[in-house]
Write a new protein. Structure first.
Length: 486
């Protein structure tokens, strides 16, 4: 998290606000087509994990090979779409200074190659997570972070067009990380041996699952990139830089919650595959509370001191950045909780209802934002609409999972998860309110706010957010770890 925030600062200062905005919007044009990959990625993760839960090695091998070839085809489709529709959009609709057009085109081509590598990498990452090799995942991501620091060194050292150089170095690092994951998969997992086979009995249910998930993922991508492009059209590249900064803050903070949801996803799907529905429901309740607790401990002090933190971190920043960051952080809190609930729906396999409801909610963000911008609304309104959409989507997903799995109770989710979340936020706001209103802005107030809110929220969260049984499990595991070291 620390390295991610530091690199964002140096990149912004080195590239400049305009080039930083161009990098984000150009990469977004390619990402616009990656919803095809996101659709198949969910299916790959679900089917690989399900077969591991069932213990069917032969079918697991065939599932991996089928998913790999499907992703190769998806990668080629994304290349074609990017080089036709994407290139046309870049040349005719994007607001890019004339003297930066060449650099923007180079970065665009590198983004296409990087996206292709990422798409064909999906089955390997899914296999790693399905086998719950979190230690390997952690070590590789730590290396990835330090390679990003190395990128900064070369960016400052070399005298070349900074935008092109940054795009090239990011591409090299992404390829290197992907190659290691593939090497590890081939060496340690039997299913990661690519076969030249086409299994209709496996491909058909995967594509059927993906087809119904297609609308939801397309809507998420359309919302994200649509808002980014509206910001570019109505407010210019500087506002894209503000959005990029908010995304960097989101990525750094969300990594904590993502670790929980990534770790619990295989367990939820395996529990369902083995018919342990009560265990699956318990996992969802506990994971939702843990994610909210971890996120709130970080988000509340960040939101309270966001202007000072941004000035300390970046020096100068676009005016709308603080509001973008606050709304993006709260969006992430509910989006990560919703992801855990959706995992239970994915385990069941029927995703038509959540895909249609969530997809429509997210898709409506773009036309509503366009209308607001057209009548002179502020840039941050799109982020507020986005936040409302994800909260409504979360409640819809809770209801849908109850329809599919009776053991999952709506009342228990409201009582054991949401009610506790409300109490925690109310207390957290009160704690933060005192130093913010009685101490002058500065480093001293930041330290007081962070320390007081972290200690109080963590203590309160231990008793309110975590059940008695869950606390006992944590204490037992800590004791075991300490005893091993002794």
């Amino acid at each position: 998290m620390a390295v991610s925030l530091y690199t964002s600062r140096v990149i912004l200062q080195t590239l400049g606000v305009e080039d930083y905005g161009i990098y984000n919007i150009v990469g977004g044009v390619v990402a616009m087509f990656s919803f095809i990959n996101a659709t198949m990625s969910g299916a790959t993760s679900r089917f690989l994990t399900y077969e591991i839960g069932k213990g069917n090695q032969r079918k697991l091998n065939s599932t991996f090979s089928a998913s790999f070839w499907i992703h190769v085809i998806i990668g080629l489709i994304v290349i074609v779409l990017s080089e036709t529709i994407g290139l046309w959009f870049l040349n005719n609709k994007m607001v890019i200074p004339e003297d930066r057009f060449f650099a923007a085109h180079i970065v665009f081509q590198m983004s296409i190659l990087s996206t292709f590598v990422s798409i064909t990498q999906v089955p390997y990452n899914a296999s790693l997570i399905a086998h719950e090799k979190m230690d390997v995942y952690a070590y590789v991501e730590i290396v990835n972070v330090f390679l990003k620091l190395l990128i900064l060194y070369f960016l400052i050292l070399l005298d070349y067009d900074k935008l092109i150089l940054y795009g090239f170095l990011v591409l090299v690092v992404s390829i290197g990380i992907a190659m290691y994951y593939r090497f590890y998969g081939h060496r340690h997992f039997k299913e990661c041996k690519i076969r030249r086979e086409w299994c209709p009995e496996i491909i058909k249910p995967m594509l059927s699952f993906s087809a119904w998930d297609f609308y939801g993922n397309m809507s998420v991508t359309a919302r994200t990139q649509g808002v980014s492009m509206l910001l570019n059209v109505f407010f210019g590249p500087v506002m894209n830089a503000a959005a990029g900064i908010a995304a960097s803050v989101q990525t750094a903070v969300v990594s904590f919650a993502t670790n929980i949801s990534t770790a619990v996803r295989p367990q939820i799907i395996k529990s369902f595959a083995q018919g342990e529905y009560d265990a699956m429901s318990s996992l969802i309740y506990n994971a939702s509370r843990c994610i909210f607790l971890v996120m709130v401990i970080l988000v509340i002090p960040l939101c309270a001191e966001i202007e000072y933190i941004l000035s300390l971190w970046l020096g100068e920043y676009p005016d709308s950045t603080p509001v973008f960051c606050i709304l993006t952080l709260w969006f992430s809190v509910f989006a990560n909780m919703s992801y855990v609930v959706v995992t239970g729906i994915h385990a069941y396999g029927k995703i038509i209802r959540p895909s249609l409801i969530n997809g429509t909610l997210y898709l409506m963000v773009v036309p509503i934002s366009y209308f607001v911008y057209k009548i002179g609304g502020e840039a941050w309104v799109a982020y507020l609409i986005n936040l409302i959409a994800v909260i409504v989507g979360l409640m819809s997903n809770v209801y849908t999972l109850h329809l599919y799995v009776n053991e999952f109770s709506i009342w228990l989710f409201i009582k054991e998860v949401l009610a506790r979340c409300v109490v925690l936020v109310a207390v957290g706001m009160c704690i933060v309110w005192m130093p913010v209103h009685f101490i002058e802005p500065g480093f001293a107030r930041l330290c007081v706010t962070v320390f007081s809110s972290t200690v109080c929220l963590a203590t309160l969260g231990w008793y309110i957010m975590l059940s008695k049984n869950f606390r006992s499990v944590i204490i037992q595991n800590v004791k075991k770890k300490l005893c091993k070291k002794v």
